[in-house]
Design a protein around this ligand. Sequence first.
Ligand SMILES: [Zn+2]
Length: 171
Amino acid sequence: MKKALLIVDMLNDFIEEWGSLKVQGAKEIVPFIKNLRMEFKKNNLPVIYLCDSHSKSDPEFELWPPHCIEGTKGAEIINELKPDGNDYILKKKTYSGFYNTNLDNKLKQLGVDTLYIAGVAMNICVHYTAADARMRGYTVFIPLKGVKGLTVEDEAYMKKQFKDVLKINLL
Ligand SMILES: [Zn+2]
């Protein structure tokens, strides 16, 4: 078994007060993810950032306010979780970190078969990335202290989905 940590969308626009698509309460999960990242690094295990990166006229903005536009401050990883040279950063254009990215190849190159997934939003990008990971045969762990959904109802629903439908291990 080889583990990797996926840090999903811990970007200014989702986390900071001034962010254009702020996930309420997401600041609370930052210290936990920071520690988790350090643990992975201590054990020489890969840390991969999945980052929303949109063009100005992205079709996603028909559904959501403009956010994480490539080259803007809002699209940057928050200060507390700045990656170092050994971390991997993958840009994505939609909810799943596997869609039109080389995440799957990267994980195979690294020999990873087990994913820890943390970040936001629990019911959107964490959800679809975790679902895709399970369909590709990865073992998935989600630490509940390391994810945040849009609402408490979303979080309750996702806990059930993760456990009962996707056989994801909740920590
Ligand atoms: Zn987006």
